[in-house]
Design a protein around this ligand. Structure first.
Ligand SMILES: NC(=O)c1ccc[n+]([C@@H]2O[C@H](COP(=O)([O-])OP(=O)(O)OC[C@H]3O[C@@H](n4cnc5c(N)ncnc54)[C@H](OP(=O)(O)O)[C@@H]3O)[C@@H](O)[C@H]2O)c1
Length: 330
């Protein structure tokens, strides 16, 4: 019987050179746990940040001097391999997807999670690779468009960074919410974001959206390349600028605009929302995926041993959609 598995391990903070592919002990499920054979796991911009341990404030949660949990990765999709004696929600062979936000560990061949953690049955309509990425782009953009900015049908939304993980999900979600969508990306991605549903596209290498004449009810800057100050003149009177990329400048804008003025700056850390809220976001995402209304775009697939290439692609700043580690090529 198998007693070990392959997993990426990270003994310290730093660049991709601190990662190793190792043979580690196969985790065993307790009575209320589920052992999942990981088919695919996401590799995200947040994973790259957790690898470097920067910004330093994040270390309060993930480990002060070295990572608290040896194997990185939060998003996964896989098949239930074994269950504890008290588990009732899942059975062996079930296809599941979700997020391991407490102990990470998805960039491995197997994963153990409590039965009541943040995962669900995978809709048949999407692949394991697509499902593994849902916690990043899809859940975050549902949070920003429905809860943070409260996008309404008929409103005009500008999505900056529309070709990335959050952006490519946001274009589809905003269209589903009945919004008019202007996407911002570089020339090579114009056709891509149009196919996702954008009504208009601005090529940021030729035109600065903050200088164009249009105004928007919502500016969702998924990559934090703009700012509230620059975007303000492009907002309607009650307009909202929201970005998932935290900086001291954005934090100051959030506080000041909450007290003064009709235009607002907003931020949210989706992973830090209460568990029940994240569960609701996941259920909404699942429904959209099952109905084929949102489909995560996968631009590259890597094997676990190709972790250097995966992180180099993220570091390029031009990742298209999502990328994944794949254990079982189907
Ligand atoms: N707060 C939260 O809840 C939360 C949750 C998840 C992620 N995040 C954060 O959200 C951010 C976005 O993550 P992501 O994975 O979606 O990013 P990403 O996929 O790495 O974004 C890459 C995209 O950015 C575009 N881009 C690069 N420079 C640009 C510019 N100057 N203007 C407009 N677009 C530009 C690129 O398009 P081109 O190739 O066309 O240039 C590329 O497609 C990250 O900082 C991540 O840490 C926050």
């Amino acid at each position: 019987m198998q007693t070990t598995m392959k997993a990426i391990i990270q003994p310290s903070y730093g660049g991709p050179e601190v990662l190793q592919l190792a043979e580690v002990k196969l985790p065993t499920p307790g009575t209320k746990d589920v052992l999942i054979k990981v088919i695919a796991s996401s590799v995200t911009t947040a994973d790259s940040m957790m690898m470097t341990g920067k910004p330093y404030v994040g270390r309060l949660m993930i480990g002060l001097t070295k990572p608290k949990y040896p194997t990185p990765g939060t998003g996964f999709a896989g098949i239930v391999e074994a269950i504890g004696t008290e588990v009732t929600a899942y059975k062996v062979g079930d296809e599941v997807f979700g997020e391991s936000l407490k102990t990470f560990g998805t960039q491995a061949e197997y994963l153990v999670l409590a039965e009541d953690d943040l995962y669900m049955h995978k809709p048949a309509a999407i692949s394991f690779e697509e499902a593994a990425t849902v916690g990043d782009g899809v859940m975050t953009s549902i949070n920003f468009l429905t809860m943070v900015t409260k996008l309404q049908p008929g409103q005009h939304v500008l999505i900056n960074g529309a070709a990335g993980s959050l952006g490519s999900a946001a274009v589809q979600i905003a269209r589903n919410l009945g919004a008019r969508v202007t996407a911002v990306c570089s020339a090579k991605n114009i056709d891509f974001v149009k196919k996702l549903g954008a009504h208009e596209v601005i090529d940021y290498t030729r035109e600065d959206f903050t200088l164009c004449e249009n105004t928007f009810d919502i500016i969702y800057d998924t990559v934090g390349k703009s700012s509230f100050a620059a975007a303000k003149r492009s907002l309607t009177a009650q307009g909202v600028y929201a970005s998932p990329v935290l900086s001291s400048k954005l934090l100051k804008d959030v506080i000041i605009s909450s007290l003064f003025g009709s235009k607002k700056a907003k931020f949210s850390a989706t992973g830090a929302l209460p568990f029940k809220v994240k569960q609701q976001l996941q259920a909404t995402a699942r429904e959209l995926l099952a109905l084929g209304k949102v489909k995560p775009f996968i631009s590259k697939k890597f094997r676990l041993e190709e972790f250097q290439d995966a992180h180099a692609y993220i570091a390029s700043g031009h990742k298209k959609g999502n990328i994944v580690f794949v254990n079982s090529w189907q």
